[in-house]
Write a protein that binds this ligand. Structure first.
Ligand SMILES: Cc1cc2nc3c(=O)[nH]c(=O)nc-3n(C[C@H](O)[C@H](O)[C@H](O)COP(=O)(O)OP(=O)(O)OC[C@H]3O[C@@H](n4cnc5c(N)ncnc54)[C@H](O)[C@@H]3O)c2cc1C
Length: 406
């Protein structure tokens, strides 16, 4: 008889490992299996992001994002302190470069008040004092924003999970799921694995995992590549904080920013360009299956119609380094083309609804014995610890219902 684990987690990114670690804390002695299709952990979003520990400035008050980001900011730093993982609290400046942005900044100031995020409002002179190389007419300073390597956090979580007796199977892709009255079976090329309950944190594959459970998802994962450059190392001291533009509220992403990374380097980016392959990190990467799934989704055409102008601008700036540079020169005029050096891209898993709206908040779906994370874009790395707790709360409700039925 094949072993039946208490819990099985699909996905070796930060959500999978955070959930696995907290499952062991809440259910000491439980048997637990983590399945990851790549040969290493953090191969996708978790290992290819900006590394920012967000404070929670932008998110709609009352949303899961607003709540978990704020809790996650504190929890992530506490986890790093407890386990000796390097992180820094440089704080962040949201810089307005003209009167329109200054007006938009007011909206963000109000949002920070609603979300109870501590900030300081700076005028042009105060901004210059803090950041001599940044020009703007005003800024919001957010002291609690930090920086970390989320891959380093995952490594530590994986070590804890293994030490507490869990199995982590790498290079093991789940390609079929079957749910029975008493268990869930995952089929892989290495054989089948069984557990009483399943959690799936599959990032860019999450809609496919929902479908494996026999549920037709009411969203599709659309991949948006985030391309970065790294500044030449002579510019590692060019800024003292993380520098963000004031986002255009009609656009879904935050805008190209200057990030002081945990290794001391400074990155520029990311932009947001529609990708033709979910896990293809180069511009030329293409997958017929992924592209058909993207463009056959009714919401995709609606999304393109709504954002065609900004999509074209993003594409143009992706293909043209001078165009990309211009976005940063707006607030950091001294940077030149030769300062921008190649840096690996990341791809965001963004759920898009049938009506063409980008699913804004974190989203989950469940069956009787399985819970799938469906939409976990930024700030999900910051929020990973509270999201893991939330997943377990929901799973425990499924377990209670199951016990009643038994
Ligand atoms: C460019 C970019 C910048 C970002 N910047 C930030 C930031 O600064 N701060 C922040 O908080 N967030 C940021 N984010 C968001 C953050 O990285 C993600 O929200 C977070 O990493 C999601 O974690 P995850 O575990 O859900 O996904 P992932 O890290 O993508 O992990 C999913 C895992 O599931 C595995 N998997 C999928 N299908 C299967 C299967 N069938 N069988 C087995 N395994 C499977 C995959 O191989 C993968 O390892 C950024 C994201 C991007 C792309």
């Amino acid at each position: 008889m094949k072993k039946i684990y208490d819990f099985m987690v699909i996905g070796g990114g930060i959500l999978g490992l955070s959930t696995a670690m907290q499952l062991q804390q809440r259910h000491p002695g439980c048997s637990l299996l983590v399945l990851e299709k790549e040969a290493v952990l953090s191969r996708h979003q978790t290992g290819r992001n900006s590394g920012v520990i967000h404070a929670g400035v932008y998110y709609k008050p009352g949303s899961l994002k607003a709540k978990f980001c704020k809790q996650g900011n504190i929890a992530t730093k506490a986890f790093c302190r407890e386990h000796g993982i390097a992180f820094d609290e440089f704080g962040k400046l949201l810089v307005a470069t003209n009167d329109t942005e200054l007006q938009r900044m007011q909206g963000l100031i109000e949002r920070c008040a609603e979300n109870e995020i501590e900030i300081e409002v700076l005028d042009a002179e105060q901004l210059r004092e803090r950041e001599p190389n940044i020009s703007g007419v005003g800024a919001i300073y957010v002291p609690s924003t930090g920086i970390v390597s989320y891959a380093a956090i995952v490594e530590k979580m994986a070590q804890i999970v293994r030490e507490n007796g869990a199995d982590i199977e790498l290079a093991t892709e789940v390609d079929k799921l079957e749910e029975f009255t008493d268990r869930v079976t995952a089929y892989t090329a290495a054989g089948r694995f069984q557990a009483r309950f399943l959690v799936a944190c599959g990032g860019l594959q999450s809609d496919r995992i929902v479908r494996m459970l026999g549920i037709e998802p009411d969203f599709r994962i659309i991949p948006f590549r985030g391309e970065y450059y790294q500044l030449d190392s002579q510019h590692n001291q060019i800024v003292n904080h993380l520098i963000y533009p004031i986002p255009d509220p009609t656009l879904p992403f935050l805008g190209v920013h200057l990030t002081r990374m945990i290794d001391g380097s400074v990155t520029v980016g990311p932009n947001a360009v529609l990708a033709f392959r979910r896990e293809g990190y180069r511009r030329r990467d293409f997958s017929l299956r992924d592209s058909i799934e993207t463009f056959s989704w009714p919401g995709m055409l609606r999304l393109l119609k709504r954002h065609y102008r900004s999509s074209l601008t993003e594409l143009k700036n992706s293909l043209s380094k001078p165009g990309y540079l211009k976005q940063v020169q707006k607030y950091c005029p001294q940077l030149k083309l030769s300062d921008l050096q190649a840096y690996p891209a990341g791809i965001r898993a963004q759920a898009v609804a049938r009506d063409g709206s980008l699913v804004d908040d974190f989203l989950f779906r469940n069956s009787r014995r399985a819970l799938v994370v469906c939409n976990a874009p930024s700030p999900a790395a910051t929020s990973a610890i509270p999201i893991g707790g939330h997943i377990i709360d929901q799973l425990e409700t499924l377990m209670e219902k199951d016990a009643e039925l038994a």
